[in-house]
Design a protein around this ligand. Structure first.
Ligand code: TRP
Length: 334
């Protein structure tokens, strides 16, 4: 609890360009629940270096992501939007928590196994302890809830285990966080293979709509989207391509699948794809315009970055100092 509100933490990595899937599945939801919580939304750039990054590119993407948080509707006066690397407590708490996490636990993490297989030439220790840094992110702010996708559930579980283990030894130091349950965002699949999630790391650019795609590109990608053979707009598992397009359409228009089926009754895939494309443009264009305006306003963005980093540093220090004291680090002399 902070100022009478429950604390919510979440973060995204600045690797790759954000997709429509990231927006409809996560960011849009963050905005809709923000008022109910005291929120911390990190651009988790420290996680990003577990995979080799181009420095200039990483810096640029981190700023783009932070700007997008605001363009999507998160008011930076009310939501603490910041770069993880600007707040020293993340690394400091992560080190301590490393000493309360077992090799065996980390060995079971499926994301580590996947990433290690994908980056066999760079299986670094940071990639292995990635979940511990994530636990530090969450526990530093005494977070009550964490909205995460299904792929991050295992990391949230280990965070809870670490918190409970620590509390069992030292008393109630950490709030044990819960996964955010409630209105979950839409799960958006690849436009080229509806069995796969839309991903910012997909090699085929036609598989994903990027938040910065211009209207022509968006329309073209929807025209090329993989559909099925029934030639009618019906929401069913036998038509995974159309199922996905209906999900996108509903997330952008607020309509239900049943309403959508009725709207396109007797019409073909072509008409429907055009309508989906237009609905997506209708959502992304205003977001892109706000992004452009914000990007021009460097001083404003810099002040947001500075003020929120200070706020995060101040709040996280409280937890950090308590932890340091509990484990027996010498007191600071003032
Ligand atoms: N690991 C998360 C991802 O890749 C990002 C992340 C880092 C995060 N720290 C977090 C998400 C803390 C929620 C809470 O998606």
């Amino acid at each position: 609890m902070l100022d009478g509100k429950k604390v919510l933490f979440s973060g995204m990595q600045a690797t790759g360009s954000l997709t429509l899937g990231n927006y409809l599945g996560a960011l849009k939801n963050w905005v809709s629940i923000a008022d109910e919580y005291e929120t911390f939304y990190g651009v988790v750039d420290m996680h990003s270096i577990t995979i080799r990054q181009d420095p200039a590119e990483l810096r640029k993407r981190a700023r783009t992501l932070l700007t997008l948080y605001i363009a999507a509707g998160l008011d930076p006066e009310k939501n603490c939007i910041y770069y993880q690397s600007h707040v020293t407590g993340h690394a400091e708490l992560a080190w301590i928590l490393n000493c309360f996490t077992y090799m065996g636990e980390l060995n079971r993490m499926t994301q580590f196994k996947d990433k290690a297989a994908k980056h066999a030439d760079n299986i670094n220790a940071g990639l292995f302890t990635y979940p511990v840094l994530m636990a530090a992110d969450i526990l530093l702010y005494q977070s009550d809830v964490v909205p995460v996708g299904i792929d991050q559930m295992q990391h949230l579980e280990i965070t809870r285990d670490i918190a409970q283990r620590f509390n069992a030894i030292y008393g109630e130091v950490f709030t044990v966080p819960e996964a955010y349950i409630g209105k979950v965002g839409a799960k958006i699949m690849s436009l080229q293979d509806p069995a796969k999630k839309m991903s910012k790391s997909d090699e085929n650019p036609n598989a994903s709509i990027y938040l910065m795609d211009d209207p022509d590109t968006i329309m073209r990608k929807f025209k090329r989207a993989v559909t099925d053979s029934e030639a009618c707009v019906r929401y069913c598992d036998e038509q995974p391509g159309i199922h996905n397009l209906i999900d996108i359409y509903c997330a952008c228009t607020g309509k239900t699948p049943a309403e959508t089926e009725r709207e396109f009754d007797g019409k073909g895939y072509g008409d429907f794809k055009t309508a989906v494309g237009e609905a997506v443009v209708g959502v992304l264009k205003p977001l892109q315009d706000r992004f452009e305006d914000l990007s021009k306003n460097k001083d404003y963005l810099n002040s947001v970055i500075k003020n929120n980093a200070e706020k995060a540093q101040y709040i996280s220090n409280k937890t950090l100092r308590k932890v340091q004291k509990k484990i027996g680090f010498p007191e600071r002399i003032r």
